[in-house]
Design a protein around this ligand. Structure first.
Ligand SMILES: Nc1ncnc2c1ncn2[C@@H]1O[C@H](COP(=O)(O)OP(=O)(O)OP(=O)(O)O)[C@@H](O)[C@H]1O
Ligand SMILES: [Mg+2]
Length: 372
């Protein structure tokens, strides 16, 4: 079986390193603090947090993982959040009773499937869910915790709460987290700049509401070990230099390292040598597999965004400087700022320190091959 996995949470043997980061999350949450975790796309936030959840559950915490990505309306938040909270309750009947004692317009209904398993659905008695309903819903984890237990809530893709701001969701949640004694929260998400604006802007409810942490690239040494150990399963001795070549081609981003390694694994037989040529072929195969999507992604951009993407293929330092604009024949500062903001919001580009980059190294390669 291919030992390399990507596009899903890395668990078990697919997960390596991040010991210190995991320990930091466990200790901060167990110690009764809230935290926010930033990192660009595909760096391994969800995998790290899922690992921390395992350890915290072993310590007896009730851990509720909630992904904001599928939330598209206040009602969808109510349904999905209730489901996430209920999924961690052993006794659904008792959960429904606690729920009913707090939320007045939202009723959990328990039905039994033909094989006798309880199933939860929601009956929303009101046409329009308002702040009071959300406030009651957000009180439920504290009520479930009671005096003895502690509940931890893991909010993934938290930047998406902006979709709920027509009901002052941020303000409500902030006031809850301040008062809840038995519930702590970790907020994390891939749109780093939106998250940073939420937690570092004095005018926003979440200003300094949580301990901040970031995760960086996985250490090269550990990645090389991971690649070598896994290729050894096919009795392949992966040269150090080739391992470094793979890491570089994947821009050292965990997801793309595993994607490329997975492609190489499928293309080499037992005892084979992995050469630069094989790696290059596999890179092109990955690009080819995604080329329809890449082409559509590029075509859907405005002219200024296209110009910026092409410029970023050669470097992303000081992109607003006069010399960068002249070299790459870019539009005026205001237009360029808008283009950079739009592409960042869509996750197509990102920034680490002062350097902008195209988040998917294979998209960058596609652009280099087709547009330059
Ligand atoms: N610690 C790790 N060990 C091994 N592989 C990892 C690790 N962390 C991440 N990966 C690789 O990166 C991929 C993406 O990981 P994950 O989904 O956790 O990242 P993310 O930062 O949450 O991504 P997104 O920005 O899309 O939400 C995984 O499928 C896996 O291939
Ligand atoms: Mg994630």
């Amino acid at each position: 079986m291919n030992p390399f996995t990507f596009g899903t949470v890395a668990t078990g043997e697919s997960f390596y390193d991040r010991h210190k980061e995991c320990d930091h999350i466990v200790k901060t949450l167990a110690g009764g603090n809230n935290m926010v975790l930033y990192a660009p796309r595909r760096f391994g936030k969800t995998s790290l947090v899922v690992k921390a959840i395992q350890l915290l559950e072993e310590q007896g915490f009730i851990c509720i993982y909630f992904d904001f990505m599928p939330v598209f309306s206040v009602e969808s938040f109510v349904r999905l959040y209730t489901k996430a909270v209920a999924s961690k309750q052993r006794n659904l009947q008792r959960f429904a009773e606690t729920f009913n004692s707090i939320a007045k317009n939202i009723r959990p209904v328990i039905r039994f499937t033909p094989d006798g398993n309880p199933e939860l659905s929601l009956d929303i008695t009101k046409k329009q869910i308002d702040e009071t309903d959300i406030s009651q819903l957000l009180d439920i984890p504290e009520a479930l915790a009671g005096k003895k237990k502690r509940v931890l809530i893991f909010f993934d893709e938290f930047q998406e709460v902006e979709k709920l701001n027509k009901i002052n969701f941020e303000g409500l949640l902030r006031s809850k987290i301040q008062h809840q004694k038995h519930v702590n929260y970790i907020f994390f998400g891939s749109k780093t700049h939106i998250m940073q604006a939420m937690f570092n802007d004095k005018k926003r409810p979440f200003y300094h509401a949580a301990t901040q942490m970031t995760i960086n690239y996985l250490p090269k040494k550990e990645t090389i070990h991971f690649l070598q150990n896994n290729f050894a399963r096919k009795e392949i001795k992966l040269d150090l230099e080739i391992a470094e070549y793979i890491i570089k081609a994947a821009a050292n981003i965990p997801h793309y390292i595993q994607q490329l390694a997975s492609e190489i694994w499928s293309n080499v037989s037992h005892h084979a040598d992995i050469s630069h040529e094989i790696v290059d072929e596999c890179i092109l195969q990955v690009v080819a597999m995604k080329s329809d999507y890449f082409m559509e992604l590029f075509e859907n951009q405005s002219t200024s965004k296209k110009q910026l993407l092409i410029a970023l293929c050669t470097g992303g330092e000081n992109i607003f400087s006069e010399s960068y604009k002249i070299t790459h024949r870019l539009p005026s500062s205001a237009t360029l700022q808008r283009a950079a903001k739009g592409l960042t919001n869509d996750g197509v580009i990102d920034k680490i320190d002062s350097e902008y980059f195209i988040t998917d190294p294979f998209f960058k390669l596609f652009l280099k091959r087709t547009m330059l």
